[in-house]
Structure formats: C-alpha cells, structure tokens
Design a protein around this ligand. Structure first.
Ligand code: SF4
Length: 223
C-alpha cells in the first residue's frame, strides 16, 4: 500500500471521528497565486514575469528561464535552477545533461514537447551554480505554483536532491526521498536523480531507469 493511500485513510478516519459520516471537502484553489492577477495562459504568464527582479538573482542572470514543453502535459519535470548553458540560452535542461534527459524521455515514449513540460524551481541562475537560498526560493516558488495550476500535470518529478529538498522543504538524502509518492500542493511528486549526476556516476542509470518505469506506469494508469 502506498503512503499516499495511508495518508488518505488516516485523514478520512480522523475526519469521521471529528464530524461523523459527513465529508467536508476544501474546494478552494490550492495555488496562492490563483487570485494573484496573473494570466491563465502560460505564454502570457511568462511575459508577465520575465523581467522579474523580486530577488537578487534578477540582477545577475543573463536570461530568464521560464520552461519549455507542452502546456497541457501530464508530466512536469522540475530541476533546481538554470545552469550556465540554460542561463545563456534561456531554456532549461540543455547541454549534455539535457541531451541525456531527452534520451530518458524517449525511452518512455515522450519528448520535451510531447506530453512533458520542463522547468526549474528558480527561473534565474544562482551565481557559480550555488544552491538557491531559501529566501530566493520563497520569492520564486509561487511562479512554479502558478505554472502547475495552469499545466495541471498528473505527476511532478523533481530532478535531483536539491530540487526534491527545495520542493518538499526537507533536509533528507535523495535516497530517502526516492520510491515515495510525495504530495506537492495536491499533485503527486516523485524525486529521482538529476541527469547531470548520471553523467558523473554510471551506477545511477539503473535506479533512474527504474524510477522512469514507475513514472510511465503511473501515467498510464492515471489515463
Ligand atoms: S529567481 Fe525568481 S524571484 Fe528571483 S528574480 Fe528570478 S524570477 Fe524573480
């Protein structure tokens, strides 16, 4: 039984103990930006925020990196932040790691424009590829939440330890975050290895492939 199912059972049991057999559902929108005045079209939303200066990374970026892919994708891949190439080109997951990600997606019959959307938590590159600071994440994460609200993916996959830790706001190892369906503001979230880590360590290819098989199965079952 998955932890998600456990959580739902526990929630329903507690609700029943408190309120009896009547079930109260919160039907309010979950994104804090739903009423934030941003557009409901992804491309227009990008134009609205592409000159953002809410945190210091706006001063040091070359290009704002919004995301790429199918605006109605069922699978949303989220990295931590743009690297040097992404900052130069304005697109997430380019370069060697991006090419490897494209191969992984091809193995599950997708590509970055076919039922997949790719973006980062942070839309601007932290200098020298340092991890984003919590204060910077707090400024930028609402943009991701609004992207998720517009795309409505069935599954979010955090690529790499920092992306997983940042989205889940925990300080756990990637190993302990894998193989679990977490919840990210109402959408299931998995954590797997960043393709750049696979380039450094071939041993990570097998567990990553297992994760993507699980991802494929999950998406097929939720169709
Ligand atoms: S990182 Fe995010 S919050 Fe900071 S300037 Fe860029 S878009 Fe704005």
């Amino acid at each position: 039984m998955s932890p998600r199912a456990d959580d739902v059972r526990r929630y329903l049991r507690q609700t029943q103990e408190l309120f009896g057999d009547e079930l109260y559902l919160n039907l309010q929108p979950q994104s804090p930006l739903l009423d934030g005045g941003f557009d409901t079209d992804l491309a227009v939303f990008e134009q609205e925020i592409c000159t953002c200066q809410k945190c210091p990374l706006g001063q040091t970026r070359n290009k704002f990196v919004f995301g790429v892919g199918d605006p109605n994708a069922s699978l949303l891949l989220v990295g931590e932040a743009p690297g040097a190439e992404e900052d130069r080109l304005g697109e997430p997951f380019v370069g060697r790691a991006g090419k490897l990600l494209d191969k992984i997606l091809a193995a599950i019959d997708r590509n970055r424009h076919k039922d997949v959307y790719i973006c980062n938590v942070m839309k601007c590159r932290p200098p020298n590829n340092r991890d984003p600071l919590r204060a910077e994440v707090d400024q930028c994460e609402p943009y991701l939440l609004h992207q998720i609200h517009l795309i409505k993916p069935k599954l979010i996959v955090a690529l790499g330890r920092v992306a997983g830790q940042t989205l889940l706001n925990v300080d756990k190892s990637l190993k302990s975050l894998r193989n679990i369906f977490h919840d990210y503001h109402g959408t299931p979230l998995m954590v797997t290895y960043h393709p750049a880590a696979l380039l450094r360590n071939q041993d990570l290819k097998r567990p990553t492939w297992e994760d993507f098989k699980t991802i494929k199965d999950f998406l097929e079952q939720s169709n």
